[in-house]
Design a protein around this ligand. Sequence first.
Ligand code: SAM
Length: 232
Amino acid sequence: MDTLFYLPDPELCACSEVQLQGQEAKHAARVLRKKVGDIIHLANGMGCKATGEISAISKQSVSITITEKEAKARPVIQKVLGFGVIKKRDRFEFAIEKAVELGATTICLFDAERSERTRINKDRIDAIVQSAFKQSGRWWMPEIVTKNSLSDVLLDFADHEVIMAHEKKEVSANDFNISKSALLLVGPEGGFSQNEVETVENAGGRIVSLGEHRLRAETAVMALLSQFLFTR
Ligand code: SAM
């Protein structure tokens, strides 16, 4: 798949001429050494993708004449990954990258009761999400939100179906069918507390097993999201 460049212009699908600026322009001109006349593929992260021909290149920008464009509506069923912040930064960032590839429409990072308090570097997270968005060829950019507790997450997504992955749930094949937007919960290294499990149960949420093995949090993110790959 050709390299996708991110141009967050809500009017991308209505434009005939656009300009890439900043890092994306530098990447096109200096790293990939794109030239005038080359074809370039753009996505605005808001459901529009466009193809164009480079008409001019300067130090700061790349001008593009749009030749084709396509729009895709936002998915009706939103898949919100609620992820208890984990301490190990490389594993945490790996999980977020995989969540983008596996179709999470929102990634909600929260301080679970057993999360070890770590500062979230929002700029780094945004860069990882943008890179995974381009690499995976998505149409809609996932939103990143942060919350202070599971209760706050449940309040924010009160109209979603709640599914909590919990390693203490008896191992049984689960019904992962969802008929509306869902909040998919994975705990931190220390897992969810009994209080958090009961909070989800009292809110009418489902507790599900991801098999008999204890998965690392980042593995559980992938295993849980993979159950919903074909949900539309
Ligand atoms: N504290 C737990 C323990 O030591 O047994 C392990 C927690 S696990 C590292 C992190 C998260 O992954 C859990 O909170 C849960 O959401 C998910 N998880 C891991 N294995 C799972 C399984 N077999 N079934 C369901 N969820 C699982």
